[in-house]
Write a protein that binds this ligand. Structure first.
Ligand code: PLP
Length: 451
């Protein structure tokens, strides 16, 4: 993809697709705003890179001091279609001028139905499907569990090591990592049981072996007849971009099916073209009973969905699902605009190209820096795990040092992982090759400078 094409995809006044530093990071205006944040915003709401944004589009974010940063995070896998993508801006502008809210449960509107139709078309499997829409990923996961419990008449929920499912009470219980997500916030919801995840770099198990371990754990410690569902991220997000060994997900799905346990794929981070397919489970032909979506679905507007087999979705009594804002008309318009952009620009294929470029750069980097112990990921969802050379001891300090260097140099990078030692690369799918190459030049500089 050419740089020019990428430029035409930016919203508003086309932003120059360049890294440009005109002040220190953060500059004086951002520093002023940071002081106001400190005074007015709760400290619990943290900041990864303290510049205040004024515009963003294509592969760049422009801050209040006029610095232009290369975006390798997409606001955590959200603006896959780019910030202020033209199709999203158009759809949202029309909708916001027509009406902003009625509550779908009071007087419905077509946009909500059209998003559910699109979800039925795009999610895995050709069975009859229905959806319900919500505001956030956590809310979607909560509702998927509610639906699975009603549909099966069972209580227990199986989740996995290193999982991240959100910050509400039920989803905190489902999330693995204590700090910062859970510490002090309990007691947590009951009937959540955690099984070992397939983590090829650390367990060396094949997919089948890792699945047998997880299944044995759930069967012996919970009892399969008590399980309503298992919820799993096909590629773990916050937990470290852990890609299970091939065969793990199909084996779990087959076991779930044989035992009346619903298989919930949490595709909130991995979905909507991010991995080079519409959904990450597509790569192994796994057909979940329920799929949760959010993040990449609506170009940055808050929207989430649960999509599943029609008979499972319809097991809930009328009025049992919903919420004041769920499937808000402006967010639905944004989703329809985003999905159209993904189809028009073949962003699934573009994610694969981006993955190939990033993988090449990471392999070169790993050959030079023994601290890079593992490279993994799929499409535009790539990661490296940093460990003390020759060991599997996590090196979070080095990850922090490399991050700090990248941030000061105008590249937005994100870390993740149970030990905070994983870099995850999640650029917008409309970023140009030239910007990506420049960003990875900076990442390489950062590794060299912190060696
Ligand atoms: C981000 C995320 C969530 C939570 O979504 P929110 O919109 O932040 O509530 C749930 N599951 C996965 C896999 C996520 O990446």
């Amino acid at each position: 993809m050419t740089q020019a094409l990428s430029q035409t995809r930016t919203g508003g006044p086309a932003l120059p697709q360049e890294r440009r530093l005109v002040t220190d990071i953060p500059g004086p205006r951002s520093t002023e705003l940071l002081a106001r944040k400190k005074a007015a915003v709760a400290d619990g709401v943290g900041t990864t890179l303290p510049v205040f944004v004024e515009a963003a589009g294509g592969g760049v974010i422009v801050d209040a001091d006029g610095n232009s940063l290369i975006d390798l995070g997409s606001g955590i896998a959200v603006v896959s279609v780019g910030n202020a993508a033209p199709g999203v801006v158009r759809a949202v502008t029309e909708q916001v001028a027509a009406f902003t809210h009625t509550c779908f449960m009071v007087t419905p509107y077509a946009g909500y139905v059209e998003v559910c139709e699109a979800l039925a078309e795009l999610t895995p499997g050709d069975h009859a499907k229905k959806s319900a829409l919500f505001n956030s990923g956590a809310e979607a996961v909560e509702n998927a569990v509610k639906i699975a419990r009603v549909a099966t008449g069972r209580d227990a929920v199986g989740v996995f090591d290193h999982a991240y499912h959100g910050r509400t009470n039920l989803t905190m219980a489902m999330t693995a990592k204590n700090m910062p997500y859970k510490n002090g916030f309990g007691p947590f919801a009951s009937e959540i049981y955690r099984a070992p995840m397939s983590y090829p770099f650390r367990d060396g198990l094949s997919g089948e072996e890792a699945a047998a371990r997880a299944i044995d754990h759930l069967d012996k410690q919970v009892g399969v007849a008590n399980l309503a569902c298992i919820a799993i991220e096909p590629i773990l997000g916050e937990g470290g971009f852990i890609e299970p060994a091939p065969g793990f997900l199909p084996a779990l799905a087959a076991w779930a099916k044989d035992n009346g346990v619903l298989f919930i794929a949490d595709e909130i981070q991995s979905g909507f073209c991010r991995t080079g397919a519409w959904f990450a489970v597509d790569d192994e032909g796994v057909i979940p009973d329920l799929v949760t979506t959010a993040k990449g679905i609506a170009g940055g507007l808050p929207l989430a969905g649960v999509t599943g087999r029609a008979e499972i979705m319809d097991s809930v009594h009328v009025g049992g699902l919903g919420g004041t804002y769920g499937g808000n008309p402006v967010a639905c318009a944004a989703a329809l605009g985003s999905i159209a952009e993904m189809k028009e620009h073949r962003l699934d294929a573009r994610a694969l190209e981006i993955g190939t470029l990033i993988r090449g750069r990471l392999e070169k980097l790993a050959a030079e820096h023994a601290v890079i112990a593992d490279i993994r990921g799929r499409g535009a969802m790539q990661a490296i795990e940093l460990c003390a050379p020759g060991t599997k001891d996590p090196d979070a300090a080095r990850a922090a040092a490399v991050s700090a260097y990248c941030h000061k140099s105008g590249v937005v990078t994100l870390t993740c992982g149970t030990w905070g030692n994983v870099f995850r690369f999640l650029p917008p799918l409309v970023i140009s090759d030239a910007l990506l190459e420049e960003a990875f030049d900076v990442v390489a500089e950062a590794f060299a400078a912190t060696a």
